[in-house]
Design a protein around this ligand. Structure first.
Ligand code: ATP
Length: 328
């Protein structure tokens, strides 16, 4: 079967929003228009295909958005798209709108949906990793991660002022849904004493190690970054344990929550998103399908969905050891 020539590209953002998504939308739109294609913006992720919230975009639609956090296309979690009936409906909408290919910007779930859909309907899709979690395999970093890391660093700097004034042990919970990148690198960047991350949760009792290693020996306050995770119980779970097992510590918890997703994207995220947006359109024009744009050693690469989704991205354990040394 000969592939249909691509004349119109649809673009959507899905799953959790991430700073820099707008820069990616801008790059997709402008690169496509530059190459003589039409661009249709789909609102609210996959839901937009189901409720038919689709708009033809011109270059002006993406003016003045590169500096804005969030996503002008809105995002949503769409249950219907996880069912064959929902996807059938979405395919109908794409046909009706004469959209020949999709660029989807989102995290692990978004790319999983894209993979299933593209296989079911033989529909060309290129994914762009937009998630603050940095948990996609095959790319050194994801859009939004750098901004979130900087937000965490600034928040921890502020918490440190109060932690030091009161001789307290602070557990600060950061996002990462079972990935410790934000916690580990956030800890290094803010000079925290330790990071408790899910990647090594099953191997050791990280809290016990922390206490055993005598943290706070030479300090009057301690800050530990904790990745949200069921396996460690997150910051609340650890604080509860400290209160019972080590009542001598005056422990406090801060859950940074959604401030980590917000804010104007950093230069790194804007540049990354611009490069990936342009690369996604180039890939579709080159006949590539079912790949995610990635960045490796500052070069754009294309990673098959199957690899990006399935593999657990490894965390650099040397950094954990370095963090331990630097916090003595
Ligand atoms: P983040 O990592 O920031 O949370 P995400 O892309 O992983 O972003 P999800 O909520 O997991 O966010 O997924 C976004 C959407 O992708 C879902 O609401 C659903 O519409 C679609 N999706 C996820 N998993 C599947 C699946 N197995 N089959 C079909 N669609 C899926």
């Amino acid at each position: 079967m000969t592939e249909r020539k691509i004349k119109c590209i649809g673009v959507l953002t899905s799953g959790g929003d991430a700073p820099g998504m707008n820069a990616a939308i801008r790059a997709v739109t402008r690169t496509a228009i530059y190459n003589g294609l039409e661009v249709k913006a789909i609102y609210r992720g996959y839901r937009g295909l189901i409720i038919n919230e689709i708009e033809l975009f011109k270059t002006q639609n993406v003016s003045n958005i590169i500096q804005q956090g969030g996503t002008i296309l809105k995002t949503a979690r769409c249950k219907e798209f996880t069912t064959p009936e929902g996807r059938e409906y979405a395919y109908g909408a794409l046909q009706k709108e004469e959209i020949d290919a999709l660029v989807v910007i989102g995290g692990d779930g978004t790319l999983t949906g894209a993979r299933i859909f593209s296989e079911e309907f033989n529909f060309p899709i290129v994914g762009i990793p937009g998630t603050i979690d940095n948990d996609l395999f095959g790319t050194d970093t994801t859009i939004g991660y750098d901004t979130a890391l900087n937000t965490i660093m600034q928040a921890v700097d502020k918490i440190r002022d109060t932690a030091t004034s009161h001789d307290r042990l602070f557990f600060i919970e950061v996002m990462g849904r079972d990935a410790g990148f934000l916690a580990l690198n956030g800890a290094i960047a803010s000079g925290a004493e330790a990071a408790i991350i899910p990647e090594i949760a099953t191997k050791d009792d990280q809290l016990e190690l922390l206490i055993k290693n005598g943290f706070r020996k030479s300090k009057n306050s301690s800050i530990v970054l904790v990745a949200e995770s069921e396996s460690t119980g997150g910051a609340m779970g650890l604080a509860n344990r400290v209160q019972i097992e080590y009542p001598q510590y005056d422990v406090r918890v801060t859950i940074l929550g959604h401030i980590q997703r917000g804010g104007s994207p950093t230069a790194n995220d804007r540049i990354l998103a611009s490069r990936m947006g342009a690369a996604a359109v180039d890939a579709l024009l080159d006949g590539q399908r079912n790949v995610m744009t990635g960045i490796q050693d500052d070069e754009i690469v294309y990673v098959p969905f199957s690899k990006a989704i399935k593999n657990d991205k490894p965390i650099n354990r040397d950094l954990l050891e370095m963090l331990r040394i630097l916090s003595i």
